[in-house]
Design a protein around this ligand. Structure first.
Ligand code: MG
Length: 386
């Protein structure tokens, strides 16, 4: 049978625009490169488009100053290419359009990582059928106009929509529209306005209120509130002669000390295990085996430093740590604040985030007989949603 070109599935591409400076976030760099949790805003946005098999190619438009960083970020994705933006949004979008020809093109803000699959699909379907599909939601706030005399004038709210992206078009139409727009001095705030200027009628599709454009640093936190993971740790060491007693990195004046391969800082060991368990990492027995002479007599605070780095490298922040030292002797009340300060410094948090309390076992058992000290610790790690 003869091949009919109009029966093939349309080639669908996307242009992700992040050529602005994102100055309103107050960050010293482009907001799309801000990492929340394990990913940058741009990667989270890209993931939404790359998840759809019908989208064959994505062009990211980046500012010259971000070009190398963005290229590096997108290296794992063969279907993504990166081009440099222009002096205006219109020029940037046009650069993106010219980089890759297709039948239908989605144009999307790099700073809108919360777009959902349905909106993307609906905008493609609308563009295939009607020529365009512009994500929009009914205005929630009452929008008014300020008249020339300075007075507020009411507008009919049921006719007003907040327009978002994606804004999806037939490739040829929007490319032609941009060529017309760029031949004028006019400023266009979005693609639909360019399309309208060229004589087309942009058509809305239902967006979602979650599809916010991240503009300020506060938007990032509101948009991606942290989720929490709890961790628990426990340890016990025997008290022996001729050893220093170290708890939370603080040496305590006492005739006995804890025995162990490292400095046997039982409290710091429990704290490390709490952090590792919350991050779903192997415990300290696996990370720092007592069969390895590297760790003979080593300060547990150095090990804690490594654990904190491991946990942070996985995108977690430490919320708080709460620990209990279980010892019949010595009385810890006079040194507990120093212990809290020492642990807080190692964890990189303020002292109010590290609580340590002391308990006895009413003279019962090995701890009650003064032969051992144990410690338990719990912690909260936070992780942003992006
Ligand atoms: Mg231990």
């Amino acid at each position: 049978m003869k091949y009919k070109p109009d029966e093939r599935a349309p080639d669908i591409g996307a242009v992700i625009v992040c050529a602005g400076k994102g100055e309103r976030t107050g960050l010293p760099y482009n907001k799309v490169l801000y990492a929340v949790g394990r990913k940058t805003v741009l990667e989270s946005t890209l993931d939404k488009f790359l998840a759809l098999p019908e989208i064959s190619h994505v062009t990211v438009v980046a500012a010259q100053s971000d070009l190398e960083t963005v290229k590096e970020l997108t290296l794992p994705y063969p279907e993504v290419s990166v081009v440099t933006g222009g002096n205006t949004r219109s020029q940037s979008v046009y650069n993106g359009l010219k980089a890759h020809e297709c039948d239908i093109v989605l144009i999307h803000d790099g700073a809108r990582p919360f777009v959902d699959e349905q909106t993307i699909k609906d905008s493609i379907a609308s563009a295939a059928r009607y020529g365009s599909g512009i994500a929009a939601v009914p205005a929630v706030d009452t929008v008014k106009r300020i008249n020339a005399d300075g007075a507020l004038a009411s507008l009919p709210r049921n006719e007003l929509y907040n327009v978002q992206t994606p804004q999806t078009f037939r490739y040829r139409d929007i490319t032609n529209a941009y060529e017309k727009a760029l031949a004028t001095d006019r400023t266009f705030t979005d693609d639909a306005e360019v399309y309208e200027y060229a004589g087309y009628a942009p058509r809305p599709v239902q967006g979602t209120y979650e599809n916010v454009k991240i503009t300020t640093a506060g938007d990032l936190l509101r948009a991606a509130p942290p989720s929490c993971k709890i961790g628990a740790g426990f340890d016990l060491h025997l008290l022996v002669e001729n050893r220093a007693l170290i708890l939370g990195g603080v040496e305590i004046d006492y005739p006995l000390g804890l025995s162990g391969h490292s400095d046997a800082d039982v409290l710091t060991h429990a704290v490390m295990d709490a952090l590792l368990s919350a991050a779903d990492l192997p415990d300290i027995g696996v990370l720092f085996p007592d069969t390895d002479d590297k760790y003979l007599g080593v300060s547990s605070m150095l090990l804690l430093d490594r654990v904190v780095n491991e946990v942070k490298a996985r995108g977690y922040a430490i919320g708080n740590v709460s620990a209990v030292v279980i010892a019949q002797q010595p009385k810890l009340a006079p040194v507990i604040y120093n212990i809290r300060k020492s642990l807080a410094a190692a964890l990189g948090v303020t002292v109010d985030k590290v609580n340590v309390s002391a308990s006895t076992t009413e003279r019962l058992g090995i701890i009650g007989e003064g032969k051992a000290i144990a410690a338990t610790a719990s912690c909260i790690l936070t992780e942003n949603a992006i």
